[in-house]
Design a protein around this ligand. Structure first.
Ligand SMILES: C[S@@+](CC[C@H](N)C(=O)[O-])C[C@H]1O[C@@H](n2cnc3c(N)ncnc32)[C@H](O)[C@@H]1O
Length: 256
């Protein structure tokens, strides 16, 4: 029972309710106006809507996606003037992306002028959704910061493991498949504890969307989960991932 109750707390409730017609996302009453045009978003958006919202609201033009699989799922739906994609093709054999490399190889080649881009090229939004292992995600984030425009956003998928029951820890960390969240959460927690120069938070939707921007002056989180125990994350979820609601994110985006 406990396990079922925990699962029911997760994001799957929304998805299942949606699938069975029990829930229809409402359009937000919060409709900001940007550059004389209206950018609207519903209150239970996916990663796609959040990314498009950031691009539209900020008037951004350059988008990079790391880890694409089938571009029809996300990449093709992103509305931005210049879009580039990186994937070694582990999960989708066709792999129709711009750069068929691992993210490490991609950044190495970029740095060493081996790509059709200036070595110091910067993107406005970089979506990190490649290999979901903490060490890799951390490298992806650090490399991305070096290629992020001054006001740019890094968006990281799978930051909030969607099953909150301890019995599922191994599944969350080890299972390689569609619903694999991996250990991405450890990187968000680590950055919150160590990088006061970065603004870091997790929008509590679509399995946790981590947002990272250049910031400054943020008070560091105390590193109490020294051994990155999943149980401790579970007990301190909101604090340790700095979870914010979609409403809070929208006001933040539109704050002067
Ligand atoms: C979860 S899927 C991406 C889903 C897609 N971004 C979306 O939103 O629908 C993860 C992708 O990461 C790719 N991948 C695996 N290892 C990688 C690496 N080292 N660097 C970049 N991408 C990697 C896999 O091939 C797979 O296509």
């Amino acid at each position: 029972m406990n396990r079922i109750a925990n699962i029911l707390k997760g994001h799957r409730v929304r998805l299942l309710s949606k699938a069975f017609g029990l829930y229809t996302p409402k359009r937000s009453s919060y409709i900001p106006t940007v550059n004389n045009s209206t950018v609207s978003i519903n209150l239970f958006p996916s990663r796609i809507e959040i990314i498009n919202y950031i691009i539209a609201t900020k008037g951004f033009t350059k988008y990079l996606e790391i880890g694409v699989r089938n571009p029809k799922d996300c990449f093709d739906k992103i509305q931005c003037d210049l879009k580039k994609s990186v994937d070694p093709g582990v999960e989708y054999v066709k792999n129709p992306v711009n750069y068929k490399y691992t993210s490490d190889d991609f950044f190495h080649k970029l740095q060493h002028k081996q790509l059709d881009l200036p070595h110091n090229f910067t993107w406005d939004v970089i979506f990190i959704d490649g290999l979901h292992l903490a060490n890799q995600v951390e490298r992806d984030i650090l490399n991305s910061i070096n290629h992020l425009s001054p006001n740019g956003f890094i968006v990281v998928h799978d930051c909030n493991p969607f099953l909150y029951d301890l019995d599922y820890e191994r599944v969350i960390e080890d299972f390689w498949g569609q619903q694999w969240n991996g250990t991405v959460w450890k990187v968000i927690y680590s950055l919150l504890c160590s990088r006061g120069d970065l603004d870091v938070f997790t929008i509590d939707l679509d399995e946790g969307l981590g947002i990272i921007r250049r910031g400054g002056g943020r008070k560091l989180l105390e590193h109490t989960n020294k051994y990155y125990e999943y149980k401790i994350l579970q007990e301190n979820l909101k604090k340790h991932l700095n979870c914010i609601s979609i409403e809070a994110f929208l006001s933040l985006m539109n704050a002067k």
